[in-house]
Design a protein around this ligand. Structure first.
Ligand code: 5GP
Ligand code: ZN
Length: 119
């Protein structure tokens, strides 16, 4: 069923506490944790606790959780003190865009000049 945990999903396992992560923020509906392979000094992933394969299906199936992810992305940027220098929120969607984990997630990148960075 849409939104239900998926047994083979890495990020559902992080939500369940079965795989450790360096968590920087959490809410009732979201989790934010450091990317294991950072592409910038700040590289945090913000995920909904519910499982949807990508950002657009999350927005369609659970618009409240999608809004929560975006709000938390902004709070991560403030907490990491990259909001004034500038940061980027990225939702890779589909393998051709570089998506490798099919549980919706926002990349929050900052802490360096991002104008040439492709994450
Ligand atoms: P995607 O390529 O799907 O947009 O982003 C997936 C991200 O998850 C990648 O940037 C990758 O480094 C990160 N990642 C993959 N496995 C793990 C993990 O076990 N822990 C954490 N914290 N990040 C992970
Ligand atoms: Zn999942």
């Amino acid at each position: 069923m849409a939104g239900e945990p998926q047994a083979d999903c890495l990020f559902c396992k992080i939500v369940a506490g079965e795989i450790p992560a360096t968590i920087v923020r959490e809410t009732d509906t979201t989790l934010a944790f450091r990317d294991i392979n950072p592409q910038a000094p700040t590289h945090v992933l913000v995920i909904p606790r519910v499982h949807y394969p990508d950002a657009a299906s999350l927005a369609a199936g659970d618009p409240g959780a999608a809004a929560d992810v975006l709000r938390e992305a902004g709070k991560v940027a403030s907490q990491e003190q990259v909001n004034e220098s500038g940061y980027r929120i990225i939702f890779n969607s589909g393998p051709g865009a570089g998506q490798t984990v099919f549980h919706a997630h926002a990349h929050v990148l900052g802490g360096q000049d991002l104008r040439r960075l492709v994450a």
